[in-house]
Design a protein around this ligand. Structure first.
Ligand code: FO1
Length: 314
């Protein structure tokens, strides 16, 4: 069966690689990328949506490939001047990147939803595939740390380089958050849902903690497949393994499967790893290390083949 519509749930850099892979092999009508907004925050009076921008810049082909976020060849003159004026410039905003935040902030203040603003920005960046924030309501990931108590996400992740010890995570606003009509429409027509290899605790949980999202996923009797964020007991980038250790969770793909629970009916682990000993879910071994654009499309193609060959048990 050829796929009609795939919904991809993602966070930032890791998820962006898989989104790029799907962008290469699916036409715009076949793909919606739903993005975590739990990392969003206000900075210098601007609304910054790091994961949305990472996905947007990646699909527009302008992302800084070294960092995985921000715009390639950007300069930091504004940041330099802010530093001269005595600011602690821990969050590195590029000069070109600032334009996105200025436009977004103004449009939000004029009363547009984040979905509408994102549609405007993606159109102007020449992206045809649909990128949607997980919700138009405010959700903030809050990190409870041993050293500093409760921290907002960006100070934890960027200013403190995810070094504080995580004791717990909460997703402020998620319980009350609603799904936008655009996200609901995409889920209603989806014949597959893929959870990208993003950090389950930091990037995917904010999405799944919206009750309507969990309900919409459970209502879809379609392949719901997560891609492992771990290879050989390590995260490719970022603190997934570190956070799992701090939360006393074994750093294995089986723990990720357990974490997602009944929201999944399929899981892709890395072919370098041993098959997780988990029943009641379909397991697939693939090369999940997306070092090049070729690997990104290959993983997307492998997922598509899994979905197209999916048959419900009779
Ligand atoms: N990540 C960093 O590690 N350091 C930064 O200074 C930084 C700045 C930044 C600016 C704009 C943007 O859209 C993203 C930025 N990121 C930065 C990435 C980002 O904050 C995190 O990778 C995500 O929130 C986690 O997915």
């Amino acid at each position: 069966m050829a796929i009609k519509h795939l919904v991809l749930l993602v966070g930032g850099v890791g998820g962006a690689k898989l989104a790029y892979g799907f962008q290469q092999i699916l036409v715009p009508e076949q793909l919606t990328v739903v993005v975590n907004t739990g990392d969003d925050f206000w900075h210098y009076g601007l609304r910054i949506c790091p994961d949305l921008d990472t996905i947007m810049y990646t699909l527009a082909g302008v992302v800084d490939r070294k960092n995985g976020w921000g715009i390639q060849h950007d300069t930091h003159r504004v940041l330099g001047m802010l530093q001269q004026l005595g600011e602690n410039t821990w969050f590195r905003l590029g000069d070109l990147d600032l334009a996105t935040h200025i436009i977004r902030t103004r449009q939000l203040q004029e009363g547009q939803t984040l979905t509408q603003v994102t549609q405007f920005l993606t159109q102007h960046y020449g992206i045809s595939h649909q990128i949607l924030p997980m919700t138009d309501d405010n959700v903030s990931t809050i990190v409870q740390t041993r050293e500093h108590g409760e921290m907002e996400f960006q100070p934890y992740f960027v200013e403190h380089r995810w070094q504080p010890t995580v004791e717990a995570l909460t997703y402020r606003g998620a319980e009350q958050a609603r799904l936008s009509p655009a996200v609901l429409d995409a889920l209603n027509v989806a014949d597959a849902v893929v959870i990208g290899p993003s950090n389950p605790w930091l990037s995917i949980s904010p999405i799944l903690n919206i009750p309507a999202m969990r309900a919409a996923l459970r209502a879809r009797n379609v392949p719901r497949i997560a891609v492992t964020p771990l290879i050989g007991g390590q995260a490719i980038k970022g603190p997934t393994a570190k956070i799992m250790r701090e939360l006393a969770i074994p750093v294995t793909p089986a723990s990720i499967i357990q974490f997602y629970g009944d929201l999944l009916n399929g899981f892709v682990y890395d072919r370098r790893d041993r098959k997780p000993s988990v029943e009641a879910i379909r397991l697939f071994a693939e090369d999940t290390l997306m070092l090049s654009d070729y690997h990104k499309s290959n993983l997307a193609r492998a997922l598509l083949s899994i979905i197209e060959n999916w048959t419900e048990p009779s």
